[in-house]
Design a protein around this ligand. Structure first.
Ligand code: PHE
Length: 344
């Protein structure tokens, strides 16, 4: 029996030592130390032993159990530490690896141009005014000398929501709203940037949604000369000091006289595809604020005069960046947009 117990001990210790993981080790524990294990089995033969031998065998069996238990314990600690070590190795961070770049967005080209124009006019003492995109017929048309049924309304095909409410077709209603706020007291010197909407079939140069920046100056003794000088400074600062502007007579119901303003093309006047071989590019509409518009907004048109202009930043951005399709601004393909990032 002694022999059997010793063999069991050797066997169990070897197995414990060879265990590869905690599960195997636990199986060994159950197999050798469990109630139905081989040690208990061997001890069943105790009845056949003499009275002196029995306690000796009992003590030996306990020693074997203790030895096996302690071997399993030692192995368990070793296996656990091994597992922790493995995990740590797997999770180590190599601080010398280059980081993954975080993708950051960039300003939309239109926003860039709008902000550039805003800064330019702010530097000339203008402030920024904003108004609603969902506008009343009154501010979008009537207050701008375009009564209901006026044929010039056809120039701006509109999205009506009700008979009296529409998506604004230009930023000019902000002029009318702002003038009302000033309650007949000049000077007014504002620019109004914003989105506008017109019923149009979208193509490379037309979009049913686009942006405008309106400018308005109302004060005593404001003349066409002030308008021309202002626009000249604007065009040179935005496009380059070598550029010239010219004014052509035009018509807008809210200005009288009205002009269309061209800037010399980047081809230097030789003629190219962009200027359609004329050397000039149209950039905005402008004029002296119509006395009716001043009066409707509460200004005395005998005391006050003013000029207004309206430009399309979409067109300006297209010229500035050589973009050939206005729809790019609104489809927002990141491959297009990221070309305007200032840093990588
Ligand atoms: N609101 C005009 C348009 O959209 C532009 C404009 C503004 C013309 C101010 C003259 C003065 O066509």
């Amino acid at each position: 029996m002694e022999q059997q117990l010793k063999e069991l001990q050797t066997e169990a210790l070897a197995k414990a030592e060879a265990a590869e993981d905690l599960k195997q080790l636990n199986d060994i524990r159950v197999a050798y130390l469990g109630k139905k294990g081989p040690i208990t089995e061997v001890l069943k033969g105790m009845g056949k032993l003499s009275a002196e031998e029995r306690p000796k065998m009992g003590a030996l069996a306990n020693e074997v159990r203790a030895a096996v238990a302690s071997a399993i314990e030692t192995k368990q600690t070793a296996l656990e530490q091994q597992a922790i070590k493995k995990q740590l190795e797997k999770e180590t961070i190599d601080v010398t690896l280059p980081g993954r770049p975080v993708k950051s967005g960039n300003q939309h080209p239109l926003t860039k141009v709008v902000e550039e124009i805003e800064d330019l006019f702010i530097s000339m003492g203008y402030s920024i005014a904003e108004g609603p995109e969902v506008e009343t017929d009154y501010y979008n048309f009537e207050a701008l000398n375009l009564p209901k049924g006026h044929p010039a309304r056809d120039m701006q095909d509109s999205f009506y929501i009700t008979e009296d409410i529409l998506l604004r077709t230009h930023t000019s209603p902000v002029q009318a709203r702002t003038m009302e706020k000033y309650q007949g007291q000049g000077p007014v010197k504002i620019i109004c940037p914003g989105k506008v909407y017109r019923r149009d079939n979208d193509d490379a140069t037309h979009s049913h949604q686009f942006t405008q920046i309106e400018g308005l100056v109302v004060d005593e003794n404001i003349s066409m000369g002030d308008l021309k000088g202002t626009l000249e400074v604007f065009a040179k600062r935005l496009f380059g000091e070598d550029r010239e502007i010219r004014l052509r007579p035009s018509f807008f119901p809210f200005t009288e006289p009205s002009v269309e303003v061209d800037v010399t093309c980047m081809c230097g006047g030789e003629g190219c595809r962009i200027c359609k071989h004329t050397g000039w590019i149209e950039i905005l509409g402008a004029g002296m604020v119509h006395p009716n518009v001043l009066e409707m907004a509460g200004f005395d048109s005998k005391k006050y005069t003013g000029f207004a202009f309206g430009m399309g930043p979409d067109r300006i951005a297209m010229l500035k960046y050589g973009i050939d399709d206005i729809r790019h601004f609104y489809t927002n393909d990141v491959r297009f947009l990221t070309q305007f990032a200032e840093h990588e």
